[in-house]
Design a protein around this ligand. Sequence first.
Ligand code: SAH
Length: 353
Amino acid sequence: MLDKIIKDIKDAKTLTHENITALLDSPDETLWAQVFERADDIRKKNFGDAVHLRGLLEFSNYCKRNCLYCGLRKDNKTQYRYRMPPDEIVENAVQIASFGIKTIVLQSGEDPYYTTDIICNILRDIKKNADTAITLSIGEKTRDEYKAFFDAGADRYLIRHETASPSLYASLHPDSTLKERLNCIDDLFSIGFQVGIGCMVGLPGQTHSDMAADILLLQEKQPDMIGMGPFICNQDTPLQGALSGTIEQTLKMTALARIVCPRSHLPATTATGSIDRFGREKALAVGANVVMPNFTPLNYRMHYTIYPNKRCITEDGYKCNTCIRKMIENEGRTVATGYGHSLRFESSTGQTS
Ligand code: SAH
């Protein structure tokens, strides 16, 4: 059966839940080497050797939600909280763009302080003052709010589905359901955003069948971007003591994501680089084509502790940028110079720029 699955992968056939589960059940390293090679080939064919940089700005760590795995959860009273004032967010975004970064990712907990108007003003001010695409990653909002963000200039929206298992999702998210998360994803697509979805790998209780469901969801949705990284246990959450996801699992899932979504932008995530010193390099070798240097000002960055031992917590944005560019070149890859829009919108230069 496994040989047949490898053949299906090589023939670019649609994968089934049963096939993906069987693959994930197999520890056979020669088999996985073939999967990794195929994923790398697909990346090369669709994106070449260029790696896109997305400059990350984590502008607030306040959150009204209580996701069990996340250090920013409302009930984590040990978490020091910060909010960047709107002017400072814009100022930082303009500075990030001045480093040649063509996408800025604005991420935060779900913080009601930033009203729709405030976010829209920030988006317009950045677009006015910097030549860059903007990705928002600020959680679940209404369709009208998403539409307002889009109209104000946001190009893309990252909203991981986190896990495609409805029961696992329910057990980890006291405030929402998988169905609500998927509705948000549908709203974002229908408005015209470039949308990123994805999951954590190695969540407590997550089975290979659950992980296969994540890959199938990616195959079905064909998102413009994918966010996938290991679950990393945070001791200041109710999941304290749980095992974190492994680099092996994460690389397998990254490769499968590339195989089922040949044309999605797929980052080597910070979490992958945090559980393994060369995690990002390894992800770049099995299908990833994006890296996200952190540009959050240092005085805030140390407090954006979604999980512990986060990579690059002590280097400023300038250094992070230089180090990541070097890393990409060491891997025999090049740094992309364009906006890195979805291949669906390949020829455009951004929805408003
Ligand atoms: N509030 C936004 C951004 C969330 S933080 C939103 O709801 O989309 C970005 C991502 O970090 C989450 O989507 C989640 O997948 C990941 N994350 C949170 N806690 C984590 C942990 N303990 N280990 C690894 N990744 C985690």
